[in-house]
Each structure stands twice: as structure tokens, then as C-alpha cells.
Ligand binder design. Structure first.
Ligand code: ZN
Length: 499
């Protein structure tokens, strides 16, 4: 191997390992750490973060990347080597544009703001978080200004989650999506409503865990390279391609919560486990943009896991595990897990109304960055959009503008990934079935290897080599598209609600 390339690999491996070591500490903090560990843990994580940052902006790394330009030109764009140089340079250029002193203040703000939000949310105390929200807004503006030449000030922020995606494009997609979704939600609300009370009973946690594990294993989540633990907020975390963990939250009273969050996180985890082994300890391991990542969790959770064929296979097993369902017909169960109801809380929303929640948030972020909305006005803007778009009024701020952690940890530019992930889940599943028509019938037999291996070959193994848009083009999908998702919704919910 070229000597410069070898040096680059070694440098990137150190940066990645520091990040992954911090992830181990973070995972432990969320799962098993006793409260007494908190202070030292914060110090240790700050140190790892500082070391990784210093390595990421080392001028010697910049020189090395410059010296690799001639080699990069000679290499095939798709090759691991060219991709390593390209993606490493992107990371270096982004990191060096942000002053170290600013980054330190921002990290401190993230921790302080989160702390304030955790305290204020149960009391619905917007006044207490407003100064932090104003600071988040100020940080977002300052961050954008480190990248002059943008079309929209949200663009540099979006780049952190989905490189190359533009606010203008998202606005266009959302305009179309909203004009399609609103009438569908109206039609459903006029139809006979679904009763989902059958999902509530007493479901022992151990049985829920075992059932979720068995399903995740069937889907292709490799427990030799992963594990599942309990946390209040489910997440997926990666330490290496050989160790990708998920967490689940249990609700003894409602069966669907842990089950679908386990499938969702397994989708993220299978994507991370599926990176080509050669990409280990490079910034190419993991996933492309967050829209693609979310598409993979949604594909397994919704397109597969909430489908009728899937439950034709799993329902008898579910009934055996939870005798409560003995008297419930499969079709009633299927309808219950797909009940549509405009609601206040994003994370509890169904497939049809979910994207409406996202558009409220995206439009607010765009408004903040365009200086059309101030942080102080957020509750009012939020509530009026919930009334007009979802027909519900938050009774307090914790069920309204204070429900999501993102803005209160300084994160701006992320939300659109959730909705785009929904759109892409339909597009990517469509592409898979077109190439491997057997997939649909196999799901009804509890077999997922054709789908899993198609995803591995065409999405997973590439890791972070390509951007979201590049990955779509490689799979003949052109661009992000609203229609496949709407077609999927109309067919599925047309059936459930007899539209
Ligand atoms: Zn997710």
C-alpha cells in the first residue's frame, strides 16, 4: 500500500478509536453506571473528545491529505482508498473551519442546556429553557457563518447529518408530501376508527425481551456482534463493526412499544454490522447520511414489521407467548398496531401522521435560521402549527415545544432525516423487491435473508463511502421521491380503513 495512504489509515484509526472508546463510556453511562460514577465519567469523556478533536484538526493531517491528492486522482472514485481520502478530507475541512475555542463553548452549552431541559421539562417551564434555546439559535447562526457561500443557513448544519442535502430541496419535498398527507389524514379521520385497546394488558418484561430478541435474530441482527439492554430512551451504538449494540424500553402494559423499538434499533444495528470488514477503524465504516440510516430502521420496523404477511407468520408465536391474544383475531391485531391518530408526541406517532410532526420542526428551524422566528415565539408557532396540521392543541409545553431533546442539546438541522428516512424506506424496499421478487413472499414465511443480503450488497457494505444521494443513484433510484411512500400509505391504509 502507498505509504501516505498507510499513514492516513493509521491516523484515522486513532481518531475513530477515541470516538468509539467514548461511545463505550456513553453506553455504560446509559445502562449500568451507578450514579456515583457521573462526575468522573463526564471528565473522562471530555478528555477523549478533546484528544479526538486535536487529532482531527492536526495540521500534519492536512498536509498528508494534500500530498495524497495526486494518488486520489488516479484511483477509482468507488474504491475504498479513494473514498478514505475523500471522506477523511471532508471531515478535516469541516473540523478545521470551526474554531476550537468556539467548539469548547458549544460542547459546554450542550451539556448545560440538556441539564436545564431535564429539570424544566416535567414542570413544563419554558421560561427556564428559553435562554438556552436562544443560545442554541445563536450557535446555529454562528456555525453556519463558518461556512460562507451557503444557499441557505441550514445547509452547513444539515451537512453534519446528511452531507450534500440542501434545505431548498427538503422544502420542495415537504411541500409535496404535506399536500398529499393532509387529505389522507382527513379521509382516515372520517372513516371508522381502529380500536387498539387490545394491545394493553400485562406483558411480563422477560417474555417481551425474549420475543423481541427472537424476531431481531430472524431479521438478521447478529448477537455474536451485538446485544440488547434496557434504557429509558432506546438507541443504537457502535464500538466496531464487530460490536454494535441496541437498547430497548419496556412498557409492561403495552406490548407494541418494546417490540417495535427493538425492530427499529435492530434496523440501525444491522446497517452498522453490515459494513464491509475492510472498512473497520476508518471513517468509512458505519452508515451514509442519517436519512439512509433512518430508512433502514423504518424499513424493518414499518414496511416489514408492521405488515400483514409478517404477522401471518409471527402471530401464532405471539399468541403462544402471550395468551392474552388468544381471543384476538390476527386482522384486529394488525389494525391495532397500525392505528392512525393525530397526536401530540412525535415518538408515539403512527406512520401516516409522523411526517407532519417533522415538518413542523423543520419549518421552525428554517424560520429561526432565516430570522423570521425568534426562540421566544416558539411555543406560539409550535401550537398553532399543531392545531392547523394535526388538529391537536398541546395542553402544556412538555407535550409541545419541549418534548424533543434535539434543540435542548444544541442540535439543529437533524429533524428532516426522520421524514426523508420514511420516504426512502419505501424507495429502497421497492428497489430490493424489483431485483428480488421473492422477498415479499418470504416475509410471510419468516424468512428475511434475501432482503437482508440485498440490503447488505447494495446499501450496508458501502458504509459511509457514498453520500445519501450517491447511494440512491447507484441503486437506480435517481432522487428522493414522495410518490413511492404515498403509494405505500394509500394501499396499506386504504385497506385498513376501507377508503
Ligand atoms: Zn432511528
Amino acid at each position: 500500500m502507498d505509504k501516505g495512504l498507510e499513514q492516513l489509515k493509521a491516523r484515522m484509526s486513532e481518531i475513530m478509536d477515541l470516538g468509539h472508546a467514548a461511545s463505550v463510556l456513553g453506553w455504560d453511562q446509559m445502562t449500568y453506571m451507578p450514579p456515583g460514577g457521573a462526575e468522573a465519567r463526564g471528565r473522562q469523556q471530555a478528555l477523549l473528545g478533546k484528544l479526538a478533536h486535536e487529532k482531527s484538526v492536526d495540521p500534519a493531517l492536512g498536509k498528508l491529505l494534500d500530498s495524497l491528492k495526486p494518488l486520489e486522482k488516479k484511483l477509482d472514485y468507488d474504491s475504498d482508498e479513494a473514498s478514505l481520502i475523500r471522506v477523511s478530507r471532508r471531515g478535516y475541512e469541516t473540523a478545521t473551519k470551526v474554531p476550537t475555542e468556539w467548539a469548547a463553548r458549544y460542547y459546554k452549552h450542550q451539556a448545560d442546556s440538556y441539564e436545564a431541559w431535564i429539570k424544566a421539562r416535567p414542570k413544563s417551564d419554558f421560561k427556564a429553557v428559553l435562554p438556552y434555546l436562544e443560545k442554541t439559535n445563536k450557535f446555529a447562526h454562528e456555525y453556519a457563518d463558518f461556512f460562507p457561500g451557503y444557499d441557505h443557513p441550514l445547509d452547513p448544519l444539515i451537512d453534519n447529518f446528511d452531507f450534500g442535502l440542501r434545505a431548498k430541496k427538503v422544502k420542495g419535498i415537504f411541500k409535496e408530501l404535506r399536500s398529499d398527507l393532509v387529505p389522507l389524514v382527513k379521509k382516515i379521520s372520517k372513516a371508522e376508527q381502529v380500536d387498539d385497546s387490545i394491545l394493553s394488558s400485562d406483558f411480563p418484561e422477560e417474555a417481551q425481551l425474549a420475543f423481541g430478541r427472537a424476531v431481531a435474530t430472524d431479521l438478521g441482527y447478529d448477537f455474536q456482534r451485538g446485544r440488547v439492554d434496557r434504557t429509558p430512551h432506546p438507541f443504537t451504538t457502535t464500538f466496531s463493526i464487530g460490536d454494535v449494540r441496541i437498547t430497548t424500553r419496556f412498557n409492561k402494559k403495552v406490548l407494541s412499544e418494546a417490540l417495535f423499538s427493538t425492530i427499529h434499533e435492530s434496523g440501525h444495528a444491522m446497517y452498522e454490522q453490515g459494513s464491509d470488514a475492510k472498512l473497520e477503524a476508518t471513517p468509512l465504516a458505519g452508515g451514509a447520511g442519517m436519512s439512509i440510516h433512518e430508512s433502514q430502521s423504518r424499513l424493518w420496523e414499518n414496511v416489514v414489521g408492521r405488515s400483514l404477511p409478517f404477522w401471518k407468520f409471527y402471530y401464532p408465536k405471539l399468541v403462544k407467548t402471550f395468551p392474552h391474544f388468544k381471543k384476538v383475531k390476527l386482522l384486529d391485531f394488525y389494525k391495532a398496531i397500525n392505528k392512525v391518530q393525530p397526536s401530540l408526541i412525535r415518538t408515539e406517532a403512527d406512520e401516516v401522521t409522523y411526517n407532519l410532526h417533522i415538518m413542523v420542526r423543520f419549518d421552525i428551524e428554517a424560520g429561526l435560521l432565516e430570522d423570521k422566528v425568534t426562540a421566544r415565539e416558539l411555543p406560539q408557532v409550535w401550537n398553532s402549527r399543531y392545531e392547523s396540521d394535526l388538529g391537536v392543541t398541546p395542553p402544556n409545553h412538555s407535550a409541545g415545544v419541549m418534548q424533543d431533546v434535539h434543540w435542548y442539546t444544541g442540535l439543529v438541522g437533524y429533524f428532516e432525516c426522520y421524514a426523508l428516512g420514511n420516504l426512502l424506506s419505501s424507495q429502497i424496499y421497492g428497489a430490493a423487491v424489483k431485483k428480488r421478487p421473492a422477498i415479499a413472499a418470504e416475509i410471510g414465511k419468516g424468512k428475511f435473508n434475501t432482503l437482508h443480503s440485498w440490503l447488505t450488497d447494495n446499501v450496508y457494505r458501502h458504509g459511509n463511502k457514498f453520500t445519501t444521494m450517491e447511494l440512491l443513484k447507484r441503486n437506480g433510484l435517481g432522487d428522493m421521491d414522495v410518490e413511492p411512500f404515498m403509494k405505500y400509505l394509500r394501499a396499506k391504509y386504504g385497506g385498513i380503513y376501507g377508503l
